[in-house]
Design a protein around this ligand. Structure first.
Ligand code: KG4
Ligand code: ZN
Length: 393
């Protein structure tokens, strides 16, 4: 079966088409597209929801056309479409309605059997565009929809093989991944430790009480004069940093004996450090690198302490590190060392580089797991809504 997957929860508009086989429990990737809005949000120093919504609305139809062409599924035609019904559904996305109705009245129904779409968590206005796009396609083409939790997508993003883009079987065999697992989800909006009991069965065992790790990286970057999203820039600067007695930061809640995180105080500590260095006139390139390094060390130590405790308490057979911040080489390498030296027999799973940030193949993999494990993963599209603060369960 051919499946279209849609992701619009934040600042990437992503769309993919897979050819899935329930019998072999695997799929191949026919198309995988993403348009990043980073350049647009840069000047606001973060993601601006109304702008994200507008951009998603403008991006989705051209992406769909492109994906169908890439998957060899586009057939030109002049089908009858009830555009009044479509207009009503897309009442709040007029740009999307214009483009989509033109597209749908000039294209035959493609060979698609299901649609998977992120319905939360994320920026509510951004999520709605993807959800309404899925509902519109479902209505016009009569295709069922599977709603997907974005965080489950980050978890299942580790299931892709090397060379997944061109392989007949893009996924690793889930049967060989021993359970239970602990998943450390670190992104711009979330910092969570999740117990993966079974594929599709999750329990959040701890999360941040204030800022997410990625958010802290981005805010620290801003204080250090780096552009949004600053995470990668802080980590780059950190590689040039050295130990510095003037630059020490706290390891928040490292001794709290629970799985809660807090990064807001760490961020404030960086602010004081930066202000102090500015007063003294010593905030040069090297100091910035030293602060970046110390910040990264503080974050890594806290993440490693709590995650190690969780691995032991739950007898985990493996650790997943996923979400945008899993692109951070220092954090992942620090974990690798700890796992190798202290956790005999525990496997470490991270996504392929291109799948660390938001994408729609991760949504495809999570939706596919639902297809394999649930009797009826489909929803009534009339009832499908975006849920900004959706939790994993
Ligand atoms: O998962 P993601 O793409 O979007 C959300 O769902 O939030 O994560 C984006 C976050 C941003 O905060 C970005 O700065 C951070 O991931 N990030 C990094 C690195 N690459 C991306 N943070 C630290 N080091 C990196 N190399
Ligand atoms: Zn994400």
């Amino acid at each position: 079966m051919n499946i279209l997957s849609i992701e619009t929860s934040c600042d990437e508009t992503a769309l993919s088409i897979i050819s899935a086989d329930i019998k072999t429990k695997n799929f191949s990737v026919l198309s995988d597209l993403v348009i990043s809005q980073i350049d647009i949000h840069k000047e606001y120093g973060g993601v601006f929801p109304a702008l994200a919504k507008r951009e998603h609305a403008n991006n989705l139809t051209p992406l769909l056309r492109h994906a169908l062409i890439e998957a060899s599924l586009l057939v030109e035609g002049t089908p009858e479409v009830n555009t009044e019904e479509l207009k009503l559904l897309l009442e709040r996305e007029p740009e999307l309605f214009e483009q989509l109705s033109t597209f749908l009245t000039s294209t035959e129904k493609p060979k698609l059997d299901a649609i998977m779409v992120t319905y939360g968590p994320g920026l509510t206005p951004a999520l709605w565009v993807g959800v309404n796009f899925a509902r519109a396609l479902s209505l016009v083409w009569n295709i069922p929809v599977i709603p997907v939790n974005h965080m489950e997508g980050h978890i299942t993003s580790i299931l892709f093989e090397d060379g997944y883009r061109t392989k007949e079987k893009a996924l690793v065999d889930t049967d060989v991944v021993e359970l239970p697992l602990i998943a450390l989800l670190i992104s711009g909006g979330h910092t969570q430790l999740v117990l993966v009991k079974q594929w599709g069965q999750y329990e959040i065992i701890g999360e941040t009480i204030d800022d997410a790790v990625g958010e802290a990286f981005d805010k620290v970057a801003r204080m250090l004069g780096m552009e949004y999203p600053g995470g990668p820039k802080v980590s780059q600067a950190a590689t040039r940093g050295v130990e510095d007695d003037e630059v020490t930061l706290p390891r928040p809640m490292i001794a709290s004996k629970d799985y809660r995180f807090s990064f807001s105080g760490l961020k404030t500590a960086v602010r004081y450090l930066v202000e102090d260095q500015q007063r003294k006139g010593t905030l040069d390139e090297q100091k910035i690198a030293n602060i970046s390094r110390e910040f990264e060390h503080a974050v890594a130590e806290v993440l490693i302490k709590k995650t190690s405790d969780a691995l032991i308490e739950y007898g985990a057979k493996g650790l997943i590190i996923a979400g945008g911040v899993s692109a951070n080489t220092f954090i992942v390498n620090s974990f690798r060392k700890v796992i190798e030296t202290e956790f005999d027999g525990v496997a470490l799973y991270t996504p392929k580089r291109a799948l660390c940030g938001d994408n729609s193949l991760m949504i495809a993999s999570a939706g596919f797991i639902q297809l394999l494990t649930q009797e009826n993963p489909y929803v009534d599209v009339q009832e499908l809504v975006a849920v900004g603060n959706l939790k994993l369960s």
